[in-house]
Write a protein that binds this ligand. Structure first.
Ligand SMILES: [Zn+2]
Length: 190
């Protein structure tokens, strides 16, 4: 599976709820591998970005699966942790605004408010329940990815915020987008 298998807005599946998984079959394991392959292939095509995480809906599988890179500060580490049926059990700390992008939202970044701490409950590929506590950027990743499982895209959180939208320039810097001309009436984002 490659980056071309990743669906992007305005594909309406991105706004649908994914289904819970009962039994972990070989088919589920194949989807997990496809998600990792697609993420790494996407990363190989980008100069300034890291493929940090992916939800199954992004390869058009409406199932509650999230994969998160184990060490997104080191591009050579290609390993992931798999979260089946991930759920946020607690949001904590304060709301912090920071930049967010998405493999399913082409060329648009946003400054999105997220809680600084989360507790997550999920199942691993052996069907065992496990829990994770995360802070900072990792807490942001979980909120972003578990939103995907519920049909929410990051831009939905900032829809009415004219100052929250950015694009990545070729030099790797972010530049604010013109809300009225590029965002407000976009036929791609909404
Ligand atoms: Zn995303």
């Amino acid at each position: 599976m490659t980056k071309d298998d990743i669906i992007t807005l305005p594909n309406e599946h991105l706004r649908e709820k994914s289904a819970r998984i009962g039994v972990i079959t070989d088919e589920i394991k194949k989807i997990v591998q496809d998600m990792q392959d697609a993420t790494m292939d996407w990363e190989a095509s980008r100069a300034h970005e890291v493929g940090v995480a992916l939800a199954a809906v992004q390869i058009d599988q409406l199932l509650k699966i999230v994969v998160v890179r184990n060490n997104y500060d080191n591009k050579d580490d290609r390993t992931f942790t798999v979260f089946i049926n991930p759920e946020i059990t607690k949001l904590d700390g304060e709301l912090v605004e920071d930049y967010e992008g998405c493999l399913s939202v082409k060329d648009v970044y946003g400054k999105v408010p997220r809680y600084s701490k989360v507790k997550v409950k999920a199942m691993d590929l052996d069907g065992r329940e496990f829990r994770v506590t995360a802070e900072g950027f990792l807490a942001r990743i979980f909120q972003h990815e578990i939103d995907h499982c519920n049909g929410i895209v990051f831009v939905d959180h900032i829809k009415d915020k004219p100052e929250a939208f950015f694009q990545l320039k070729e030099d790797g810097n972010l530049e604010q987008l013109d809300y009225d001309s590029d965002i407000k009436n976009s036929r791609i984002l909404w």
